[in-house]
Design a protein. Structure first.
Length: 361
């Protein structure tokens, strides 16, 4: 049975495959122009990946068609909550409760605003992803359902099979890399700080415990394929009063980090985070959207400024120099999403671009 795009997009979203849902919906924008459900789905998918500009646009298009839909109101309320505009968010949540007095998401969001809704807490919830508790619910993931139905069977069979057929050493094959050579020695753990701190300037003064914990996190993040978080911990160590031997090992860990794709990037820091502590995010990968200006093309590549967050031509979060070695095809009249590595240029943050995505619409 052939399924329409909206049904397939819903399946992707239940599986938390938002990039796939967005690409599929975006490719059918002309067909579904004026379709309320299309706009709401597109907005929710963009909201979950933190792309608030397209999400806001989609919700506004949907609101022109219908204004009382619960998922639409939840999506718009979440956008206001993310920005710290709790007054506007509360208005939307009250509208939801008037139509659906038992709506758990709206009730939970109002309680959060009442008890914890200061701007700093909201920023932390956005940063950690906990803010998704107040997004329009997606339903239980099919993967989670399978995990609930078959956990005992899978565990028992897996343990029996591995124990019977494979040596114990093979249990380590699931790890990304053998990091045994980089485990801190007892001496390094006990002497984690630089002895003579008078000879250098440090951005972070850390205790021995903080240094070793940061190093352990970096190693753990490598095995979890969370390369950005690993790079952050490495940078924290390199900019700190950690001993030379620990810094040397931390630099060696960087050779295990890989260049991500748009679909595969994890833990992309926001512009606000990077602007606050630029040294902490050097060599991290970001997926930022906005518009480009001041374009220069020559034999060394493509140079421009990325106006971060300027998709709707309303607010510019920041202006960052962007360079592509291979000249990309960018329509400067349209919003653009960039996959790039964070670097420094004249002691300011800059971007080394790798990939570009622009909507065909």
């Amino acid at each position: 049975m052939v399924r329409d795009v909206l049904d397939v997009a819903k399946t992707f979203m239940r599986r938390r495959q938002f990039d796939k849902a967005i690409k599929m919906l975006d490719s059918k924008a002309d067909i579904y122009e004026g379709n309320f459900e299309y706009y709401v789905l597109f907005g929710i998918a963009c909201l979950y990946i933190g792309d608030t500009g397209p999400a806001s646009n989609a919700f506004q298009c949907a609101r022109k068609i219908k204004i009382s839909d619960t998922n639409l109101l939840l999506g718009q309320a979440a956008l206001f909550l993310r920005r710290g505009d709790t007054d506007r968010a509360v208005q939307y949540y009250i509208d939801i409760i008037e139509n659906d007095p038992e709506n758990k998401t709206a009730l939970k969001a109002l309680e959060f605003i009442r008890t914890k809704g200061d701007y700093n807490t909201i920023c932390k919830w956005v940063d950690t992803g906990k803010i998704e508790e107040f997004y329009p619910p997606l339903g239980v993931s099919p993967v989670m359902i399978a995990g609930i139905i078959f956990p005992v069977i899978a565990c028992v069979l897996g343990v029996l099979l591995v124990t019977k057929l494979f040596p114990l050493s093979h249990l380590e094959q699931g790890k990304r890399a053998d990091l045994t050579p980089y485990v801190l020695s007892v001496s390094e753990t006990q002497n984690a700080q630089e002895v003579d701190m008078s000879s250098g300037a440090y951005n972070y003064i850390l205790s021995s415990k903080q240094i070793t914990e940061s190093y352990d996190k970096a190693m753990r993040y490598i095995q979890q394929y969370r390369d950005n978080l690993c790079q952050i911990e490495i940078n924290r160590i390199l900019c700190s009063n950690a001993s030379v031997s620990i810094k040397t090992k931390a630099r060696e860990l960087m050779k295990y980090l890989e260049e991500p794709s748009f679909d595969g990037i994890k833990d992309s820091p926001t512009y606000k985070m990077v602007a606050k502590e630029p040294l902490l995010y050097l060599d991290c990968w970001v997926s930022w959207s906005g518009r480009v200006s001041n374009v220069i093309e020559n034999e060394t590549g493509y140079y421009c400024d990325l106006l971060v967050g300027y998709e709707n031509m309303e607010n510019v979060e920041g202006i960052v120099p962007l360079h592509f070695t291979v000249i990309p095809t960018i329509d400067t009249t349209k919003p653009v999403q960039i996959l790039a590595r964070l670097t420094k240029k004249d002691d300011k943050i800059a971007l080394e671009g790798r990939s570009v995505f622009q909507s065909v619409k």
